[in-house]
Design a protein around this ligand. Sequence first.
Ligand SMILES: [Zn+2]
Length: 214
Amino acid sequence: MPSHIEKFIFNPFQENTYVIHDGSNCVIIDPGCYDRDEEETLLSYIEKNHLKPMAVLLTHAHIDHVLGVDFITKQYEVPYYLHEKDLQTLMAVSQYAHMYGFPGYREPKEPDILLKGNEELVFGDISFSVYYTPGHCTGHVVYHNISENYVINGDVLFAGSFGRIDLPGGDLETLKESIYNTMFMLPEDTVVFCGHGPETTIGKEQKANYILQF
Ligand SMILES: [Zn+2]
């Protein structure tokens, strides 16, 4: 069965958490659920659809994308994936969580799988090619489903704009390289699922993204 992509908007940063499933297996990408209500929303979706969680995949480890990692990995005993260069980003989260208004943040176990980029991941009928796309932070990756023509792109591209580059590890030139040399190389009808805000396509962003002005 082709991927079903379910989007949830969680935590005060309005972060997009995705559950992608093939009717039986699912992966959870960037679980940003923080309070009990958000956790329940995610659990009840998984349970109502009788899905078997296979993994948690992270595009990167900024706080709004990892708030629910500990909860989901414990609840379902699934491995989670992060690029090796974002371990430091992850380690920093517990130091600033309080300041950002998340006193209840629970630091997850170490990632089970450290990605380097260019992996092929398969979960039931769902498969992803992993691309390394730094610039928003040091260890950012995107997950490209080639056969179904979509990419889970975290905070690289947004509809009309791009991820901020003023946090530790952020760098405009590096982000431009990731956008021009990786994202804009994808077919123009590729659907882009962003870490914040609505979906877009590579073609639309090639024509009108704010990055073109830099
Ligand atoms: Zn981010």
